[in-house]
Design a binder for this molecule. Structure first.
Ligand code: SAH
Ligand code: TYD
Ligand code: ZN
Length: 405
């Protein structure tokens, strides 16, 4: 493990503004019989005094997070399946025989659509289990980490890419500078890099501190991406706000000078400066709101337990690891967490030791309350679990503040 108090992009000092304490690997669901020592690291966040990039103070080695047993499945949400199908339908391509590369293709949720249409493509996915699922769906995959060397290998073997796409993946990569330099070499003339990740502006607005965990090394802003691009010989040419995962931005980058930036870019950069998004006062206020959420959630769950109410969790998300461990919530306050992911079921949540059970456990015997850890999928989940409310059940949410509905 490396501890750095310098920016991973430009090496300037970091200003720490939020300390979320000792945390486990957010996607490491352990078997109950596994009694070996669990891995922990210190989760705190800083903003670079040079380039403005918001990032973790400490980096977890990539092989600890992304490996054959990585459990997250991109296809686990109907809304996300639709989201990626829409991207596949309108993916910008500039040639008659386009070549599309995706970093972090996971189970092939996006590329399978292109594979079905016979579009030349390649997924790069270091986590072996999900890479196999993508292959089974007809997607071509290299089971490696993407970096500068991989980029050169793809160029050599397959030729230049018209589109390089990465969803919820670039923010996972501390070594993003060599990655972007590799992408720059890989792009065909006029080609673009399109990537989408949780937006720090939305995280601050909703106090959604659970977007911060080991895998989310960077919390991007338009201004920081603009600076990062320039450092790598690229240019930010378009931005689009997305509603998925609690608010994201889709960034489009081209080689410097090849495209003219859209007005949306300057508008976003200006908006961030006007609201003082990464100014110390705003960051301090954000940290205070996070502290308040912890106090409110712990006192609500403690009161419900003392009253004898049954409380379960819904969605064993990576995000929930931050909430549970920061708040010190364990099986005494949350009986179990319902989740559809086979590789998480019958296992314990990292650090907090709450059992994950299949959704039937929830639907066959509704609890009195359910903490919605997958709040980013609220509409989809509350819609399909209408029976829970009909039975008198109440959802507990903690974003943007603790409330029941
Ligand atoms: N794109 C999917 C998956 C996001 S999860 C979606 O939006 O749902 C992040 C994925 O990035 C994981 O599957 C992980 O294995 C992969 N990943 C992590 N580091 C990577 C790297 N250096 N190159 C390519 N993929 C990477
Ligand atoms: P998600 O919020 O997409 O990501 P992360 O783990 O990065 O925070 O995870 C959603 C989790 O919730 C995933 O484990 C699948 C689960 N889930 C359900 O159990 N039921 C559902 O209806 C949906 C949409 C997700
Ligand atoms: Zn920096």
């Amino acid at each position: 493990m490396t501890t750095s108090h310098r920016c991973r992009v430009c090496d300037s000092p970091l200003l720490e503004f939020l300390d979320l304490g000792r945390q486990p690997l957010s996607d490491h669901f352990r078997a109950p019989e596994d009694t070996g020592a669990e891995f922990f690291f210190h989760l705190s966040v800083g903003r670079c005094e040079g380039c403005g990039m918001v990032q973790l103070m400490e980096e977890v080695p990539r092989e600890r997070m992304f490996h054959a047993d990585y459990p997250y499945l991109s296809s686990g949400s109907a809304v996300m399946r639709q989201h990626f199908a829409e991207f596949a339908n309108r993916a910008p391509t500039h040639s008659s025989d386009p070549f599309v590369v995706e970093l972090g293709c996971n189970d092939g949720v996006m590329l399978r659509r292109l594979a079905e249409r016979g579009v030349r493509h390649l997924g790069v996915e270091p986590s072996g289990g999900v890479a196999d699922l993508a292959r089974a769906a007809g997607v071509e995959v290299w089971n490696v980490f993407f970096d500068e060397e991989t980029a050169a290998g793809i160029l050599r073997d397959r030729g230049p890419a018209d589109v390089v796409y990465a969803a919820n993946t670039l923010c996972h990569i501390p070594y993003v500078v060599p990655v972007l330099r590799g992408v720059r070499e890989l792009l065909a003339p006029g080609g673009v890099l399109v990537f989408e990740d949780p937006y720090f502006g939305d995280i601050v607005r909703q106090s959604s501190f659970d977007q911060i965990y080991d895998e989310h090394f960077y919390l991007f802003t338009g201004n920081a991406v603009h600076n990062l691009a320039a450092r790598c010989g690229l240019e930010l040419v378009d931005v689009e706000r997305l509603g998925v995962h609690g608010g994201e931005v889709r960034y489009t980058l081209g080689r410097s000078g090849e495209h003219s930036p859209s007005p949306a870019v300057s508008a976003l950069l200006r908006e961030e400066r006007e609201r003082g998004l990464t100014e110390p006062a705003g960051l301090r206020a954000f940290a205070e709101r996070v502290d308040r959420i912890r106090a409110d959630l712990v006192s609500l769950l403690t009161r419900l337990r003392d009253e004898g109410a049954r409380v379960a969790g819904y969605g064993a998300t990576a995000k929930s690891a931050t909430v549970l461990n920061y708040c010190g919530i364990g099986p005494d306050l949350v009986e179990y967490i319902s989740d559809t992911t086979p590789a998480k079921q019958a296992r314990l949540t990292p650090g907090s030791g709450i059992e994950v059970r299949p959704p039937e456990t929830f639907t066959l015997d509704y609890p009195d309350y359910a903490v919605l850890f997958a709040w980013n999928h609220a509409e989809e989940i509350i819609g399909k679990e209408q029976g829970f409310r009909d039975s008198g059940g109440q959802w507990i949410r903690y974003v943007p503040e603790v409330h029941m509905s």
